[in-house]
Design a protein around this ligand. Structure first.
Ligand SMILES: O=C(O)c1ccccc1NCC(=O)[C@H](O)[C@H](O)COP(=O)(O)O
Length: 261
């Protein structure tokens, strides 16, 4: 079984457990359910740099990235750096994240927050809303076309932006639909962990212009972004490159300043 199948299997068990502990009615009582969300897609459309900076403690491909930082400092640092949005990994088992991380980030900054999660159930979208997210991620590799439609349409009823992630042409073809805001190309093969920016380049002309194009993973310098911008990419999701430093906010600030020079 590959790692993505393993993560998805564990996620199904986790979500069933969560559902049995916290009913939907309780999620809907969160004060954050009434919050007016901020659109990441809009921010990206109007940005020169297009950085989405991630909070990522560890990952299946890299094990520990940074265990010493707190989410509050990272969120404040990213906001001060001028990023378009922050991605918060909420998976515990494989990434060391949690919904509490999302809540802490929400309390610490006023930029769009992406719940970075393996979404396999509508319940997780209600959680995203209740814990302060503005954006959800849907991964085409683990969802059917019908599920992508169902989850993205449900997300829109909650006023959440939808970032749909693909890694190849087949995933892209099954996914294109009007209920998505952003199409992300993951440069990392989630089954083998190989990273290759050429994936973003080769899929770019197959993505209709109505969607904001986002390139994800393996971006470690501004040259990578300068290479991808001519292919129409307006968003760049960066995790490890910032999180491996002692101060991700300062690292993101320097990165954006160099990019916008
Ligand atoms: O990062 C991983 O090892 C990983 C493994 C399996 C599924 C997902 C994984 N990562 C999620 C992401 O998409 C990245 O955290 C994100 O794009 C940032 O990537 P990077 O800048 O390379 O940290």
């Amino acid at each position: 079984m590959n790692i993505l199948d393993k993560i998805t299997l564990d996620k199904r068990k986790e979500v069933e457990l969560r559902k049995s502990l916290i009913p939907v009615s309780q999620l809907e009582q969160s004060v954050l359910f009434e919050r007016v969300t901020i659109s990441l897609a809009n921010n990206l459309r109007h940005s020169k740099s297009g950085i989405i900076a991630e909070h990522k403690r560890r990952s299946p491909s890299k094990s520990v990235i940074n265990n010493t930082l707190n989410v509050q400092d990272v969120a404040k640092g990213y906001e001060a750096a001028g990023v378009c949005g922050m991605s918060v990994l909420t998976d515990g088992k494989y990434f060391g994240g949690s919904l509490d991380d999302l809540l802490t980030a929400r309390a610490s900054c006023n930029i769009p927050l992406l719940r970075k999660e393996f979404i396999i159930d509508e319940y997780q979208l209600l959680e995203a809303k209740a814990y302060g997210a503005d954006v959800i991620l849907l991964i085409a590799a683990i969802l059917s076309k019908d599920e992508i439609k169902q989850f993205s349409e449900f997300a829109k009823t909650l006023n959440l932006d939808v970032l749909l992630e693909v890694h190849n042409e087949e995933e892209l073809h099954k996914s294109i639909m009007p209920s998505l805001d952003m199409l992300g190309v993951n440069n990392r093969n989630l089954k083998t962990f190989d990273v290759n920016l050429d994936i973003s380049k080769s899929l770019s002309n197959l993505i209709p212009d109505d969607f904001v194009k986002v390139s994800e993973s393996g971006i470690s310098n501004i040259n990578a972004i300068k290479e991808l911008q001519p292919y129409g990419y307006q968003g760049f999701l960066i995790g490890e490159n910032f999180m491996k430093t002692d101060n991700p906010g300062v690292s993101a600030t320097e990165f954006i300043q160099n990019l916008e020079k």
